[in-house]
Design a protein around this ligand. Structure first.
Ligand code: MLT
Length: 206
């Protein structure tokens, strides 16, 4: 199996979906633990570190330049992450997680949804882009997805996040797509919207 350096924090409340926390470029397994606790207090948290290094900065897949992805690597790394999640579910006895990904972490979560739909119970995609130019036909029937984009994001053009929302909806996901008055960085609105969404979504129904 493919091991990822990771943190795991067990649930402190039953019946809440576990969260899979996926950091942005240059982050690590500690980055999003605080965010996870804010948006779903009591959920189990599984937080891997991306295995690709770009000038020493961890990421979840290789890119050729800003916004231009090595798609073969995206596919390979998404499958590796899927295997890690399957193993971690057995090791820690947890249900399928809801991914909470930021930036590069949101992009690998989107790739995982398209390539291995059963691995995730749903996803919160913060500043995500279309990860694959020629994605397979995925069946995401009923899968809940929250996609939050920044209107002034210099990295993710509005047309790109709109395309991702359309792609996931066409595959059957229940997509909640909002464009916030924000840039690439997260804002308080992201936290509030994600918390309300997680509280309302029935990830087990996905
Ligand atoms: C990516 O490479 O996944 C996106 O450009 C976001 C980033 O990490 O800067």
């Amino acid at each position: 199996m493919t091991e990822f350096i990771h943190r795991f924090e067990p649930a402190t409340s039953a019946h809440l979906p576990p969260l899979l926390l996926l950091h942005g470029t240059g982050g690590d397994e500690n980055d999003l633990l605080g965010l996870g606790k804010m948006i779903s207090p009591g959920s189990a948290l599984l937080s891997p570190r991306g295995r690709v290094l770009e000038h020493g900065m961890p990421r979840f897949f290789r890119r050729l330049s800003e916004g231009v992805f090595d798609e073969e690597d995206v596919r390979r790394r998404a499958l590796e992450l899927g295997d890690f999640i399957a193993d971690a579910r057995k090791r820690y006895d947890i249900a399928a997680p809801v991914a909470v990904g930021f930036s590069n972490g949101a992009n690998i979560a989107a790739a995982l949804l398209l390539l291995k739909p059963d691995v995730l119970a749903g996803a919160v995609l913060l500043r995500a882009m279309v990860p694959l130019s020629d994605p397979p036909t995925a069946n995401l029937a009923g899968k809940p997805v929250l996609l939050l984009s920044g209107q002034a994001d210099p990295i993710v053009p509005a047309s790109n996040s709109a395309k991702l929302a359309a792609l996931l909806s066409e595959a059957g996901a229940r997509v909640d797509y909002k464009v916030l008055t924000a840039g690439h960085q997260l804002s308080q609105a992201d936290v509030t919207l994600a918390r309300n969404w997680i509280g309302s979504v029935d990830a087990k129904a996905a």
